[in-house]
Design a protein around this ligand. Structure first.
Ligand code: 5AD
Ligand code: SF4
Length: 446
């Protein structure tokens, strides 16, 4: 089908990298039904919202976003509107009840059924699927003929979570923890490398709990990384997101010994107070976490630590919050994400007495000021150092390329476009709010 005749698909992606990955797979699956991607809803034949339920009034935001498409749908009655992702999973048929113009609702475990659902919708019927099916969605979400890819890609290796932190919806929306078999992961990784990918980020809600079946039985994340390490042409491996209790010795050691594994680790702790950690059902103490980071740094001294924090969790006192500040000072984070607690109906913490919102806002401000200061001083300390940058795309200024350092800092460099996809030594010359600037080390040497 030529592109002029193709139907246009607009996907709006919310939330985590897992959703970015899922949106790519959904676009590929619907490509088989004659859809090509468009980057505006205005000329779309199908609008798909790939939603996230992790924070703040997610469902309400989706309903108001849907409201915005009413005019478009009135002008173009054939326009199909779909909701995917975790809000779809959580709300299910309620979405079609509240917004009758929605044609399709699909949960994260059912994306392989999209082509069938699209056919149903094309006939003017509604399609709803929020089951947790037995068959494997990844088996059905095979990529279409080899399109060239950019230098970096995500690869989902694990989905779901069995941890049931008291604030979190993931165990309910994404279901139980499931790992993809090793062969599937390796063949998808080889395929990505054939298509130009140099860096793969392994994704999972609890990625370091990975235990996929491989040739020698259950395979840990560290084993999987060592197998990926053998793929020629793959230069860098990252993984996210991890739980402290699943950082095993082999994974810690791999950070010291596996060349392709990058020195960056996102390891959410949520709170520095043992009382709150217990109430959150995190099953570790602040001390456990700090000791763990010491061991990780012993294996890889320059590793850049990143984390997630929640302030104002039910029952959090001033002292609990001070404990969080103390933990942050002890760790020194290069990057962090921090949030005010917000209730998720159906999770245990939703039933508990809530902290005064003004108190929570004050705490968030103080925490973010400290985290920003740490992030900035780690970033500033890069000036004068040499790093390796994987060039991903042209920068905003003429003649500029942008890529990431080992430590996941964005780095802007004057360099030819032909260097896209190359790993290049760069001397850092400048640190600004959210990125670094540098010059090609070869130019300095010359
Ligand atoms: N309120 C605030 N933050 C939350 N997160 C998850 N659930 C909630 C909630 N109910 C944060 C956690 C998690 C990150 C992805 O989102 O910090 O690690
Ligand atoms: Fe949610 Fe992560 Fe806790 Fe699982 S480990 S329940 S995904 S916060």
């Amino acid at each position: 089908m030529s592109d002029e005749n193709a139907k246009k698909l607009y996907i709006k992606t919310y939330g985590c990298q897992m959703n970015v990955y899922d949106s790519e797979r959904m676009a590929e699956a619907l490509g088989g039904q004659g859809y090509v991607a468009t980057d505006t809803p205005d000329d779309a034949d199908m609008i798909l919202l790939n939603t996230c339920h992790i924070r703040e009034k997610a469902a309400e935001k989706i309903y108001s976003e849907l409201g915005r498409y009413k005019g478009l749908k009135a002008e173009k009655p054939d326009l199909k509107i779909g909701v995917a992702g975790c809000v779809a999973q959580a709300e299910g048929a309620e979405i079609m009840r509240r917004q009758p113009m929605v044609d399709l609702v699909v949960g994260p475990q059912s994306y392989h059924r999209l082509p069938d659902m699209e056919q149903q919708v094309a006939k003017g019927q509604k399609a709803l699927d929020t089951d947790f099916p037995k068959e494997d969605k990844f088996d059905h979400l095979k990529s279409r003929p080899k399109a060239q890819r950019g230098p970096t890609a995500f690869l989902t290796v694990q989905e779901g979570c069995d941890k049931f932190c008291a604030f979190c919806v993931v165990p309910y929306t994404r279901g139980a923890e499931v790992s993809r078999p090793v062969d599937q992961v390796l063949s998808e990784a080889r395929d990505l490398v054939d298509r130009g990918v140099r860096e793969i980020t392994l994704l999972g809600q609890n990625v370091n709990a990975y235990h996929g079946i491989g040739a020698k039985g259950e395979t840990s994340l560290a084993d999987l990384i060592w197998q990926l390490n053998d793929i020629d042409g793959l230069e860098r491996i990252r993984f996210t997101t991890s739980h402290p209790n699943d950082m095993d010795d082999a994974l810690i050691e791999a950070h010291g010994t596996c060349d392709k594994l990058m020195p960056y680790l996102h390891l959410p702790v949520q709170s520095g107070s043992d009382r709150i950690l217990k109430a959150m059902n995190r099953k570790h103490t602040a001390e456990d976490y700090i000791r763990l980071i010491e061991r990780i740094r012993a294996a890889r001294p320059d590793i850049l630590m990143s984390g997630d924090f929640i302030v104002g969790f039910p029952g959090e006192t001033d002292q609990d919050f001070e404990d969080t500040m103390a933990l942050v000072r002890a760790v020194n984070y290069g990057q962090a994400f921090s949030f005010k607690y917000s209730t998720r109906p159906g999770t245990p913490a939703a039933e508990r007495a809530q902290v005064d919102p003004d108190v929570a806002s004050d705490r968030l401000q103080r925490l973010q000021a400290l985290l920003n200061e740490q992030q900035r001083s780690i970033q500033d300390a890069m000036v004068g150092q040499e790093v390796t940058v994987l060039f991903e795309k042209p920068g905003r200024l003429a003649g500029q390329m942008v890529g990431k350092s080992e430590y996941l800092h964005a780095v802007h460099v004057q360099a030819p476009k032909s260097m896209r996809g190359e790993l290049v030594r760069v001397r850092i010359t400048e640190s600004s709010t959210n990125s670094l600037a540098g010059v090609l080390a070869q130019d300095v040497a010359a």
